[in-house]
Design a protein around this ligand. Structure first.
Ligand code: ZN
Length: 377
């Protein structure tokens, strides 16, 4: 088959991590560092596949403040039966959101309390690896599917199996566009940190599979890339405790959402906002994001429902406890893209054209002729 493309998308394949573990598949002679976007994997993967910033595609964070659109509103009625920590309640929420709301995008309930969950919407109703999964924008997969068969494996398939499936698909020669996405390196890095031996072993295994594909299918365009890097965690910030201690813990005044590296707030009245902003500006370990900075970073503006104000942690600091976790982790991402540990990278068998410096520049390289822009979703 002529002109087929293989894209191996490795979540959290950071430039510094690849260097530290000498990750360099011998078949891929060209390499460039990539700036990521502010946010987590949902934002970054959507930017890679749409060529758009989070402000443009709209899928910045897993959760957005919006009670009217929330698929979790019914959770309030479950309060007498226990909180979202109960397995039965969590199973019921997953069933309702999956079956009735038909949400196929990745989300996790983590440790979000019921009173907050019922005020949150899931902006990514579809997986970014499905057609129409790019929010307001068309994805590389949307356009590639119009041209012919696709091969896609995402985090739901263990990577060893996904690589086997990819080789089989390439041998069969049906798909012109092949995408393998794995999140296993990301989990290793969260659990063990960036310098652990197990991270190196994971990367060695990927390099071996990639080189084998390169040798066997010498006609294919082969691109290997990440979506963001990872920082080793060096400290924690107890924002939840500080906000509650300052008397700002009542959900009638404000709704907080504590991500791992960002605390986002939906504030109901002016005086609360002033007190909250005064408190957050006085805390160590991070700072408030200004409107101007949000615009420069290409993330949704204050009125888009993702939170205002937003406290962003310094690289290496995690909010603990958070709605994501009560346990500390060894590695984290979701910091300002200026932090060198956040940079990702692109490796290619063919020369990389000039002008590719951020993950938002990749879509036309992944799929030559990609038009992008607003989608039908
Ligand atoms: Zn991660």
């Amino acid at each position: 088959m002529e002109g087929r493309t293989v894209v191996i998308l490795i979540d959290a394949l950071g430039d510094e991590i690849a260097r530290a573990h000498d990750f360099q598949p011998t078949s891929l002679g060209y390499r460039t560092r990539l700036r990521t976007v502010l946010g987590f994997s949902q934002a970054a993967l959507t930017s890679i596949l749409t060529g758009a910033t989070p402000a443009e595609h709209g899928l910045w964070m897993m959760y957005r403040f919006d009670r009217r659109r929330s698929p979790f509103r019914f959770v309030d009625a479950l309060a007498p039966f226990g909180g979202t920590g109960r397995r039965m309640i969590r199973d019921l929420i997953r069933w309702k959101v999956g079956r009735l709301d038909r949400v196929t995008g990745y989300y996790s309930l983590y440790r979000v309390p019921a009173g907050i969950l019922s005020r949150l919407d899931l902006p990514a109703r579809r997986s970014v690896f499905e057609r129409g999964g790019g929010g307001r924008c068309r994805t590389v997969l949307d356009e590639a599917s119009l041209r012919g068969d696709l091969f896609v494996r995402d985090y739901r398939t263990p990577s060893a199996q996904a690589f086997d499936d990819l080789e089989e698909s390439l041998r069969a020669g049906r798909a012109a566009f092949n995408l393998l996405y794995t999140a296993e390196l990301d989990s290793d890095l969260h659990a063990y940190g960036t310098r652990d031996r197990r991270v190196g072993e994971r990367l060695d295994a990927f390099a071996e599979r990639i080189d084998r594909i390169a040798r066997t299918f010498s006609d294919a365009r082969l691109l290997v890339l990440g979506d963001h890097g990872m920082c080793d965690v060096c400290g924690t910030a107890d924002l939840m405790g500080k906000v509650e201690k300052a008397g700002l813990g009542a959900l009638t005044d404000l709704i907080p959402f504590y991500d791992s590296t960002m605390a986002r707030f939906s504030v109901r009245q002016g005086d609360t906002r002033r007190r909250l902003e005064d408190l957050l500006s006085s805390l160590p370990g991070g700072r408030l994001l200004s409107d101007r900075e949000r615009e420069d970073l290409g993330v949704p503006a204050a009125e888009c429902g993702y939170g205002d104000p937003i406290f962003l942690c310094d690289p290496g600091i995690v909010i603990l406890p958070s709605h994501m976790s009560i346990e500390p982790v060894a590695g984290m991402h979701g910091y300002h893209p200026d932090a060198p540990c956040m940079d990702s990278l692109l490796l290619s068998r063919d020369p990389i054209p000039p002008g590719i410096s951020t993950i938002c520049d990749l879509a036309p390289l992944l799929l030559p002729g990609f038009v992008g822009g607003e989608g039908s979703a």
